[in-house]
Design a protein around this ligand. Sequence first.
Ligand code: AGP
Length: 598
Amino acid sequence: MCGIIGYSGPKEPLPILIGGLSRLEYRGYDSAGVAILDGEKLTIEKKEGKLQILKDHLENSKINGNIGIGHTRWATHGVPNDVNAHPHSDNQKEFAIIHNGIIENYAEMKDDLLKEDFIFESDTDTEVVAVELGNQWTGRLLETVTNVAKKLDGTYALVVTSTKEPGTIVAGRMMSPLVLGVGEGETFLASDSAAILEHTNKMIFLENGDFVEITNGKFKLFDINMNEISREIQEIDWKVSEAEKSGYDHFMYKEILEQAEVIERTISGRLEVGSEEIPIDLNKAKGFEKIWIVACGTAYHAGLFGKDLFEKVLGVPVSVELASEFRYREPIVGKNDLGIVISQSGETMDTIAATELLKENGSHVLALVNVVGSSLARMADSVFYLHVGPEIGVASTKAYLGMLVGQLLLAKHWDSEGKLDTSFDEIKQLPALIEKTFECEDQVKKISKSINEKNDIYFIGRGLDYALAAEGALKLKEISYLHAEALAAGELKHGTLALIEEGTPIIVTASQHHLLDKTTSNVQEVKARGAYVIAVGDSSSKKLQDISNDYITLPEASEMLSTVISIIPLQFIAYHVANLNGESIDQPRNLAKSVTVE
Ligand code: AGP
């Protein structure tokens, strides 16, 4: 949450900062700001609202300098306004600081500083750090920042510059992501590699407790005690165009339509028996006593899909856990267990904490992540990258599909008795099948008109279809702001059926043939109460087709792959309903991509 960008080098920083912030806006968009240092002249400009407001404000201004830092905010402490926007300053206006994360002991630090007559303008935790920097100046910026960092409890990615040491940026991290971009005679800083990819694909992913001192485009890495350290430079193979809208109205729409192409990459090199790309082989997989799938949001929904597959092929019990709950209870995790942590960003705070718990208890951790070099990828014992490219839309689409397919590939490699009703040959055809599924879009557009004005929408399904329903409901509510709820179809009559009345939209996913009759009976029950039924299934579901108001027919495929592609009409429904209502699709209110705070 919150986007960070920094630049030191021979170029003018302002255009680089604005370009970076434009790519980072999905991380927070309630205010934005920049600080530019020109010798001993520090200029800070910040504005409440979307980045465009800051851009308009700066349009005709010429703020030259040799270094700059910029921030786009997702508010934690203090409402979104100009004053609470970053960068923040000390009382003498000699330091500029931007920050991601939460300083938990800021109130105590603030009390101490108030007693010494320091003053505060904002309600943020970050300003406390800025004022403390002014208070603790030692004569060297790196030393001052590391000294102050030692006093901080909580999480941070901090970037600081000061008129007291013109030409230097110091940055450091603890639990919040920070990436260093290594250019020719220039150095970039970002909360996310996609923000600086247009400048360099050479990145250093800072570890917790790492600090960097950047002077005139050159950098040195240190630990918190100022001992010099070194970190590996990694080359990122994402294409710049993948992080751009390329003529589409929304990243989310572009990312839905990219799914055939990106899934080609997810499966590439992973369809052969014994592929080295599969990090855990069958023998090892069979030895686990229990599997814990731990994740948040959409990634958790993907885990619901994986549970059935892994239990079926390995005969090992699987528990799917919300990371935010798992980390605070006392799960009975053993050293012969496998933890599968799933995350697009690899930086979700709760999933990271859950991973620590799994590791502390001695279990093997396999991370299914998209972002190369992310925290989870580095913490895990084994990594399976999704390879779906940068996902910018806050509402996850292609990464979710990558998570389904990733788990399907693992399960298929562990399927020694052929229990899954699909083959590697069929999975190879998945990109073509996804392409064919896109043909439902026109029908979905029409259907969207019938549900965009309803207040409550229910998604139902059984088995794996329930996992899909959960994701369909989340997609709809996060971007359309309509109330959507997912239910295991058999649960309706245990309470929620009371809410069904004339015209209530019910969206049914029905790809599981062996459950079709049961699901159809549940549909009869809601039809009898006047529900408007939209069903997604294949052409064999004649009875369900007949009783549905709208039926979206999936292309022919095995039951397993039908389930996988069923998410596409649900993604289209969410997108087109939100679009009809004119909502801000890529930046839904109150949300941000990559939840790096609790
Ligand atoms: C998805 O549409 C959401 N924005 C959100 O639920 C997301 O999936 C969740 O925050 C987990 O993120 P991660 O995959 O990066 O860990």
